[in-house]
Design a protein around this ligand. Structure first.
Ligand code: ADP
Length: 627
């Protein structure tokens, strides 16, 4: 019989499983039970759509059986089963849940990360078994097939006998080694405990033959006999129907993992039992880590939607606004019809109510996290802060009121992330604006000349290092009646200092600045004496709405238009270079004036991280002043 090869990626994953040093091997059982439960769910949907299929709940279960002599563990389910093709396609290639190709070589070697982040589904069986046999009969099919693999060198699929529809997976448990004891996966109590831990809320019974002892009837000296009885190991009551007070954080975490909402630990859970205008239960999670595909098109937001305990949609996107798209979890409502279509759902009044309700709950949960558990909130913000800022910006700022209190930015004075509210509460009496500075990194902004005056005044500055920051703030416009002001904008709203240049001096300089502006025409709108520079010789500021950071971002976008911020070259008249400029001007040394002007302009561009139009000319110019 011809052996088929696994696809390359699958083979690597398999090898990793076989040699796994992952400590939590026990999760293989959760993965297999979860697959079995999914397969029964599929049967249920089929029954909904197809009248010839009847779904009698008592016929659906998962059975776990141990054979110590043969060292096998068998999982049987009465789910939808797999055809020959499905056995090959589903078990021959790596699960779609996460692409191995995405991971770096190091992570793959370690293995721990992959198992931790993606879970590995069916292949996890190879962590504990050296032979895996799957016999399956698909619904509506007369034939059954057997898939078998001893690991990475391939698998076989052959015809098999199976009376009933469903799947039976047999694991030949590995022999013990010096380091590892695999016997535990043949131990009834241990397996029961694993099922309880991870799969307690599976909606179908997970049955096991359980050995107990009882006194022999009629026996005088309380003699005991051993007997075996089939028991349902899981409680089956869905966690969301339980009382919050009965549940521990660990219960919620297990549910999160069992549902594969994520393979991290949730940062926070929200359990809602709503009894008002619309009746529903929901368990929502704020994940701790950003899913690897979160900021890509591939990421699909949504919550699982149940109608009266039965899953009707895997990812109901309408339940979550985009800006809370990171939230995972489920909603169960009695008020929803079972076979409601996707199109109908969008207009469903109940669903709209639930969505609104959920949105408010998430917001208030985040607010209390911010207020009471700042460290946790910082963690959350690290992972999803960008999403909130996008949320403020998108839809023409429609949602800014929901989100603005949740935003944080790095503060020049506090040296950490602060909220707008905290900023405003610290504002100085004479301070008119909320000041911010944009740049590539905190370090760069810290050194930027434009911040000098505002910092000198003792005003706090918010550092915008994310592309989206400035755009989001433009949508908010003002917070608690305080407008935002970029430190490089023309008018900073700061009263002039006493050592202001006199009118006479200004007039004197005017000619020089006009001459410089002439030399830089088309590049800057204006050249003027700076009010914000203290120690630096030169900087760029902007007039109007568009700032330099925004210009950079817009220019970097595909199909960008030729956008230009209206730039002003500001010169520090108290700096020594200004004397040189003046000397060149008064001695009518045009060449020197042009050289200095170009050099200063180029320096201002470099400080902003803007490209020089002609770097060769720039270096030549520098050489000119050196010799
Ligand atoms: P995932 O469950 O993440 O899709 P798995 O590797 O666990 O990945 O399983 C791959 C596929 O094999 C499943 O999506 C399902 O289609 C199929 N499958 C696995 N176990 C069963 C089962 N017990 N009954 C029917 N189909 C199954």
């Amino acid at each position: 019989m011809a052996k088929k090869q696994f696809k390359a990626e699958s083979k690597r994953l398999l090898e990793m499983m076989i040699n796994s040093i992952y400590t939590q091997r026990e999760i293989f059982l959760r993965e297999l039970i979860s697959n079995a439960s999914d397969a029964i769910d599929k049967m249920y949907y089929k029954a909904l759509a197809d009248e010839s299929v009847v779904f009698e709940k008592e016929n659906y279960y998962i059975k776990v059986a141990i054979d110590k002599d043969k060292r096998t563990l068998t999982l049987t389910d009465t789910g939808i089963g797999m055809t020959k093709e499905e056995l090959e396609n589903n078990l021959g290639v790596i699960a779609k849940s996460g692409s191995l190709a995405f991971k770096t070589e190091n992570e793959i070697k370690d293995g721990h990360n992959i198992i931790g982040q993606f879970g590995v589904g069916f292949y996890s069986a190879f962590m504990v078994a050296d032979v895996v046999t799957v016999v399956s009969k698909a619904v509506g099919s007369e034939e059954a097939f057997k898939w078998e693999s001893k690991g990475a060198d391939g698998y076989t699929v052959t015809a098999a006998e199976k009376a009933t529809v469903g799947t039976e997976i047999t694991l030949r448990i590995k022999d013990n080694t010096e380091e590892d004891n695999y016997d535990e996966y043949l131990d009834e109590y241990r397996l029961k405990a694993i099922i309880k831990k991870y799969s307690d809320f599976i909606r179908y019974p997970i049955k096991m033959d359980v050995t107990s002892h009882r006194p022999i009837e009629g026996s005088e000296d309380n003699e005991l006999e051993t007997y075996t009885e089939e028991q349902t190991v899981n409680s089956m009551v869905p966690i969301w129907r339980k009382n919050r007070s009965e549940l521990t954080t660990e219960d919620y975490e297990n549910f999160y993992n069992e549902k594969r909402y994520g393979f991290d630990k949730p940062l926070k859970h929200i359990h809602i039992s709503a009894d008002g205008a619309v009746v529903y239960n929901a368990i929502l999670f704020i994940p701790e880590n950003t899913p690897f595909d979160y900021y890509t098109k591939e990421y699909e937001k949504g919550l699982e939607l149940y109608s009266n305990g039965v899953l009707i949609m895997n990812k109901c996107a309408d339940l979550l606004p985009d800006y809370f798209g990171f939230v995972k979890g489920m909603v169960d409502s009695e008020d929803l019809s079972l076979n409601i279509s996707r199109e109908m759902l969008q207009h469903d009044r109940q669903l709209t109510l639930i969505a609104k309700n959920i949105k408010n709950k998430i917001k208030s949960q985040l607010q209390s996290l911010l207020k009471d558990e700042r460290e946790q909130y910082d963690k959350f913000y690290q992972a999803f802060g960008r999403q909130l800022k996008y949320g403020v910006y998108s839809d023409y700022g429609m949602n800014k009121d929901v989100l603005q209190d949740l935003l944080m930015f790095y503060s020049s004075t506090e040296k950490k992330l602060v909220t707008l509210d905290e900023y405003v509460s610290r504002m100085k009496e004479d301070q008119k604006y909320i000041y911010y500075a944009s740049g590539e990194s905190i370090e760069r902004i810290e050194k930027s000349p434009q911040t000098e005056l505002v910092s000198d005044k003792g005003y706090e500055i918010l550092y915008f290092t994310d592309d989206i920051d400035e755009f989001a703030i433009k949508m908010i416009m003002s917070y608690k009646e305080k407008e935002f002001k970029n430190v490089s904008s023309g008018d900073l709203g700061i009263e002039a200092d006493e050592n202001e240049t006199s009118a006479e001096e200004e007039n004197d300089n005017k000619e020089l600045f006009e001459a410089m502006a002439g030399l830089l025409s088309g590049k800057v709108k204006n050249v003027k004496a700076s009010k914000r520079l203290k120690s630096h010789p030169v900087c760029l500021s902007t007039e109007g709405e568009l700032t330099i950071e925004m210009e950079k971002i817009l220019k970097a976008m595909p199909n960008s238009q030729d956008v230009q911020a209206d730039k002003v070259l500001e010169i520090n008249v108290n700096h020594d270079v200004f004397a040189s400029l003046k000397a060149a001007h008064t001695s009518a040394d045009q060449e020197k004036l042009a050289l200095y002007t170009n050099l200063l302009y180029s320096q201002a561009l470099l400080i902003e991280g803007l490209p020089l139009q002609d770097p060769v000319e720039f270096t030549n110019n520098i050489c000119k002043v050196m010799v």
